[in-house]
Design a protein. Structure first.
Length: 74
């Protein structure tokens, strides 16, 4: 799993994930508070540095191109 998120994006994703996980359950009532689990997505992608959606769209914000292991000889 290659890293395709830059440092700033990763920090923002982790902060957004924590914000959603904490804020939504505290402000919503009943079954709606489970929407706070939506915060797991940005939290996990921020912690791992990999976003499957970025791969589908060919986006890479980490500033370096992923290397192809097959292209290395040695």
């Amino acid at each position: 799993m290659p890293i395709n998120e830059g440092k700033t994006e990763r920090i923002l994703r982790v902060l957004a994930g924590l914000f959603l996980l904490i804020l939504l359950p505290l402000t919503l009532h009943g079954a709606a508070k489970w929407w706070g689990l939506v915060g797991l997505l940005p939290l996990v992608t921020g912690l791992t540095g990999y976003c499957p959606a970025w791969t589908l769209f060919g986006i890479n914000t980490c500033g370096t191109k992923p290397t192809d292991p097959a292209s290395h000889r040695g």
